[in-house]
Design a protein around this ligand. Structure first.
Ligand code: SAH
Length: 388
């Protein structure tokens, strides 16, 4: 069947030439009959071929470009992209059998996420286009990796923008309640169906490793989830206090400590904001504080309140640090740039009457590639600061 075509405005065409794969609805004209979620051939106003894209009939992002070439977007095409993504992971992921295997735009497969947890895979199809390709993608994973199980974690809000339901379940094989993987040489058990995100927060792997270079003495890990930072730094510390508001998360964290025979971590269920305030009032002090909260700005309209949130949190973190201690502080809000984040923290340091040096400016792990021409692919900031 010949490909259906859509026409892109000159503004949209400029965007493609500038290296961005998304074309917004206002820059596309679609003739009736173009099927939602299909691969379409995109033409400019003079009918010149621009490339092939996934078409969404609902989202503001009407087109997500897959290729500028004319070759068929078929099973072989997708298998090649997945294979290229895998080859890159082999280079950048060591000491771990869990990683993000396919990171959407970052692997030239927009709106597709595939996380690998050892012999298990978690898939997210976040647009009409990748939703439609789901059976082929599942098939490719089965053929290439012979996994024990494949989970779909499509219980994410962004699917609503595509008119897709929120759903999760097993696509192939069997998936146990607890999947044990190795991250930075440590063992972690994750619940791929019920855990947050796809089970774990794989994007922090390299930052958790980097934290080992600074952790010492008495450390506080705020927003610990399944114990990611706490477990990674426990060997460098006398003691770690790790906090999360989720009882489920702490259940996993305790289990993960057991799996690694680690006994110097105390797990506490609390709201980190309340805890930090009370700790400061009680005169508690730490040598290292880790802050890894959920995204405060999910939309641009939340930016101001998010920045106030980051300032407040970091102010409290600094206040309870001993002089010469380290603050390891993260923001996973795409809308908060590194410059915004640094400014909020600088302002916190002034209010806390502390002098702060920037030791490392870090981002998401390399298995979450950042496309130079797609700013949306850089979302995680992790600063390692020395607080005098
Ligand atoms: N640091 C973790 C990932 C943190 S994700 C890692 O490296 O794997 C954010 C965590 O913050 C989630 O586990 C969530 O349960 C928790 N959380 C959200 N709001 C919170 C609050 N106000 N106080 C404490 N924990 C909170």
């Amino acid at each position: 069947m010949p490909l259906q075509t859509v026409t892109v405005s000159s503004r949209g065409t400029d965007r493609i030439f500038a290296g961005h794969p998304w074309i917004y609805r206002s820059d596309v004209s679609v003739s009736p009959g173009v099927e939602p979620g299909s691969v379409v051939s995109a033409l400019d106003r003079r009918k010149r071929f621009l490339g092939q894209a996934l078409y969404s009939s609902k989202s503001q992002i009407a087109l997500r470009f897959l290729t500028r070439e004319k070759r068929p977007v078929d099973r072989e095409f997708l298998a090649e992209r997945i294979q290229a993504a895998e080859a890159y992971r082999r280079r950048v992921v060591q000491d771990s059998d869990a990683c993000r295997l396919v990171a959407s735009e970052g692997d030239l497969l927009p709106s597709l996420i595939i996380d690998r947890y050892g012999e298990y895979f978690v898939v997210q199809t976040l647009s009409q286009g990748t939703e439609k390709l789901k059976p082929i993608i599942t098939d490719i994973l089965q053929e290439r990796f012979s996994p024990r199980g494949i989970v779909e974690r499509n219980d994410v809000a962004v699917r609503a923008l595509e008119g897709l339901e929120q759903t999760k379940g097993i696509l192939a094989g069997d998936v146990p309640k607890e999947v044990v993987v190795t991250i930075n040489g440590l063992r972690f058990a994750f619940d791929l169906l019920e855990g947050q995100k796809t089970g774990g927060f794989l994007d922090q792997r390299e930052n958790q490793r980097a934290a080992q270079n600074y952790a010492f003495g008495r450390t506080l890990d705020c927003f610990t989830y399944a114990g990611g930072f706490a477990l990674n730094i426990s060997h460098q510390c006398q003691s770690v206090l790790a906090i999360d508001s989720s009882q489920d998360a702490l259940g996993h964290a305790r289990r993960n400590a057991e799996l690694n025979d680690i006994s110097n971590i105390e797990w506490k269920e609390a709201n980190c904001f309340d805890f930090l305030k009370a700790a400061d009032q009680a005169g508690e002090r730490f040598d290292v504080v880790v802050l890894d909260p959920p995204a405060f700005a999910r939309q641009r309209s939340n930016l101001d309140s998010a920045l106030r949130g980051y300032k407040e949190l970091n102010l409290r973190g600094m206040k309870i640090l001993n002089p010469g201690g380290y603050l390891i502080t993260c923001s996973c809000s795409y809308h908060v740039t590194e410059a915004d984040f640094l400014e909020a923290i600088a302002s916190a340091s002034v209010d806390a009457h502390r002098t702060v040096t920037v030791v490392e400016r870090r981002t998401q792990g390399r298995d979450h590639p950042i496309l130079l021409t797609v700013p949306e692919t850089l979302y995680l900031k992790c600063l390692i600061l020395r607080v005098l």
